[in-house]
Structures are given as structure tokens and as C-alpha cells.
Design a binder for this molecule. Structure first.
Ligand SMILES: [Fe+2]
Ligand SMILES: [Fe+2]
Length: 300
């Protein structure tokens, strides 16, 4: 029998509070994800190599992606250290974070994990694109925040799979945002559970803000521009071909989104942004995302 929303919420929060490591997850992922969220300038190549190399499957995935034409390699690399030297820490951070995220997606779920991963990657690409278009100072941070923004969904898949599935089916049938259906069925949305785990895994304040605030930008008080960039990119993806496996039935006017108001305070360039063109460009991301997913999820 399914738990009630308040029972599910209580059980989820208890599990999140009580464990440093979600059971069954590869032990390397939390420290690696944690390490990768700091500024590239303060990262040590040796530490990145050490953390990735602790997990053989992760190492193989990272090398596979590093050697793919998507990252423009001419000379093959066969060690993590070689990949970091050839591609740079910034690129390697993207690759390793993507691989971690894919490995965090449970395989046994009836829901297609690739769908969620594609949404995350799409949001990462859209966030970086939007950040550059408006003049946000750190587009790479926007990319990472986009990649991890729905982290809470993964936690729901691990910690309350049956209830999450009911929420997803409800959202799909009613064409409503997944966050709303989760609040109804689980008593808590993925932004809240994601924020809790991101704090616990010490992702750093900007990422915690983006993960916790992307569905309620108006209430966010810190790192508002970053959260708003991720929130708008999330809406673009959900309305486009990189959604959560179903379409939402609502007309979206980007200019009316609360995130637009937040961004327009700091970045006047947003007023001249061509949203139609941005949406069109998102279609090219769909192709790129599918290629990336194929490379990482089907290593030779
Ligand atoms: Fe979300
Ligand atoms: Fe999302």
C-alpha cells in the first residue's frame, strides 16, 4: 500500500537526514560531486584524477566521453590524467558531473532514466546559453546548476520510488508540473528534497539555491540571477522536447515568468533577447543531448 503524502514526506525527510550516503549509490559519487562544484581555479588535477579513478565504471565512462567527437578530440586519451590535461579541468568537470548524474539514476525504475538525464543536460546547455546571452559572469556555474537542478527527482526515485511513480503518472495524466504532483502525492517537491541533499553533500550556496529555488524564484533571496537563469531554462526545456517524458498543458509567456523579472533587474540585455530564436536553438541542443546520452549510456 502506498503511504499517505504526510507519511511519505516524513519518511523521505528522515532518510535524507539520517544518511550521508544513500544506500546502494556508488560511494565515490558524493565526494566527487562535492569536489567538482568548487571554482576550477582552486581544483587540483591530481585530486580530480584520484576521485574519478576510484570507480572503474565511472573512469571508463569519462574516458569514453572524453574520446567522443563531441568533445573535439583528435588524439585518443587512455587515462583520466591524460583526459584532464587534453580537455582541461572545466570540460572534465562537465563530463564527470554528467557521468555521476547518470550513475545516480536508478536502473530498476519503470520510468526511463534517460528522459530525466536528457532534461538535466538540456537545462545545463540552455542555462549556459542564456547566461552568455544576458551577460551573466559565470556561464559554467550556470551549466552545472542546470545539470543538477532536478537532483531531488533522483532522490525521490531512490527513496520513495512507488510514490514518486504515482506522482509522475498523475502529472503526466493532468499535464501539470511534476513539482506540483509531487507536493500532492509525496507531500514534498523535488526542489525541497534536492536542496536538503545538496546541503548535506556540501554543494556550495549557489548550487543549493538553484536546486532549492528553481520552482519558486520569487521567494529566493540569494544567488537570484543564477536561480532565475536555471528556472527559465527549465521552463524552456519542459515546454520543448527535453521535458520529463510528457507535455505540460499551459501557455508560457517567458516575459511573464517571475524569473524574467528577477533577471531584468540585473541584466537589461534580457529585454532584447529573441526567445523564438532561443527556442529554435534549443532544438539543436536536443540533438546534442541525444548524442551525449548515447555515448555515455552505451559504452563500447
Ligand atoms: Fe524541477
Ligand atoms: Fe527541471
Amino acid at each position: 500500500m502506498l503511504l499517505t503524502p504526510s507519511q511519505t514526506k516524513e519518511s523521505l525527510l528522515r532518510k535524507l537526514r539520517g544518511v550521508n550516503q544513500v544506500p546502494d549509490l556508488p560511494i565515490v559519487l558524493a565526494p566527487l560531486l562535492n569536489y567538482l562544484q568548487q571554482p576550477v581555479d582552486s581544483m587540483q588535477v591530481a585530486e580530480v584524477v584520484r576521485l574519478i579513478s576510484r570507480d572503474k565504471a565511472l573512469t571508463a565512462q569519462c574516458l569514453h566521453l572524453a574520446n567522443s567527437p563531441l568533445f573535439g578530440r583528435w588524439q585518443p586519451v587512455d587515462t583520466v590524467h591524460g583526459a584532464v590535461v587534453a580537455l582541461g579541468l572545466r570540460r572534465m568537470r562537465e563530463i564527470a558531473t554528467s557521468c555521476c548524474l547518470l550513475n545516480l539514476t536508478p536502473r530498476a525504475s519503470k520510468l526511463d532514466p534517460v528522459v530525466f538525464w536528457e532534461h538535466a543536460l538540456g537545462c545545463a546547455l540552455a542555462s549556459r546559453h542564456l547566461a552568455r546571452a544576458v551577460g551573466f559572469a559565470d556561464p559554467e556555474k550556470a551549466y552545472l546548476a542546470g545539470l543538477l537542478h532536478d537532483f531531488g527527482i533522483l532522490m525521490h526515485l531512490w527513496l520513495a520510488p512507488r510514490e514518486f511513480q504515482e506522482a509522475w503518472e498523475k502529472a503526466r495524466a493532468a499535464h501539470i508540473p511534476l513539482q506540483d504532483a509531487e507536493e500532492e502525492v509525496l507531500g514534498v517537491g523535488h526542489s525541497e528534497t534536492g536542496r536538503m541533499l545538496a546541503e548535506r553533500w556540501r554543494f556550495g550556496d549557489p548550487l543549493v539555491a538553484a536546486i532549492g529555488g528553481h520552482h519558486d524564484v520569487a521567494k529566493v533571496t540569494a544567488h537570484r540571477s543564477l536561480v532565475a537563469i536555471v528556472a527559465l531554462s527549465d521552463v524552456l526545456c519542459r515546454m520543448g522536447g527535453l521535458n520529463h517524458g510528457y507535455s505540460e498543458e499551459r501557455q508560457v509567456d517567458m516575459v511573464e515568468e517571475p524569473a524574467f523579472a528577477v533577471l531584468s533587474e540585473e541584466f537589461p540585455a534580457i529585454h532584447t533577447l529573441d526567445w523564438e530564436r532561443l527556442t529554435f536553438e534549443l532544438d539543436t541542443f536536443v540533438v546534442e543531448v541525444h548524442q551525449l546520452v548515447n555515448v555515455v549510456s552505451c559504452p563500447k
